[in-house]
Write a protein that binds this ligand. Structure first.
Ligand code: PNS
Length: 160
């Protein structure tokens, strides 16, 4: 049987425990999970794609079936090349839904052999987002509860 490969795409600016919770659960469902950092994202990023890949690689080092990559251009094109059939997205709240629904519908119209699978974020992290983490860290607040140690350290360096 073919390996079931999922891609977990995102901007990961930076990765949080909310993202890691999704990855940890996805590992139990898929043979392989590729965490894919979008490189051409039009948001102003705090971290470079390379920094993001390094931080994620360190954070997932205990999961042998997880690999980390970055991609440019359309997610559906990237996934086709990676022979992945499922795009994973975490849903925190109903406010995420509309954006996610439109994105999933667009992706499905681009490639109907790839499905988007939504996983509910753990209730421990439903209020955690990369944006709020950046804001708290930029104002000198504690973020250790919400991001791995290597990420907390990197945030400290960025804002020192
Ligand atoms: O973490 P984010 O910012 O919510 O991730 C959004 C992301 C990167 C998954 C999405 O913007 C994306 O897939 N970008 C790649 C370009 C693409 O394929 N766009 C078509 C989908 S509408």
């Amino acid at each position: 049987m073919e390996a079931k490969i999922a891609v977990y795409p995102g901007s990961f600016d930076p990765i949080t425990y909310g993202h890691l919770d999704i990855i940890k659960r996805a590992v139990k469902i898929f043979d392989k999970v590729i965490v894919a950092v979008a490189r051409n994202y039009d948001k102003q990023s705090l971290f470079t794609p390379q920094e993001k890949v390094e931080m994620i690689t360190e954070a997932v080092k205990d999961y042998p079936t997880v690999s980390v990559d970055s991609f440019e251009g359309l997610l559906m094109e990237y996934m086709k090349k990676a022979t992945a059939t499922v795009a994973l997205r975490g849903l925190r709240a109903t406010s995420d839904f509309e954006y996610e629904y439109h994105m999933a519908a667009m992706n499905r119209s681009l490639n109907d052999e790839i499905d988007t699978l939504f996983m509910m974020t753990s209730r421990d992290y439903f209020f955690v987002s990369s944006r709020t983490i950046r804001e708290v860290a930029s104002l000198g607040g504690p973020v250790k509860e919400f991001v791995p140690d290597n990420v907390a350290q990197k945030l400290k360096e960025k804002f020192s």
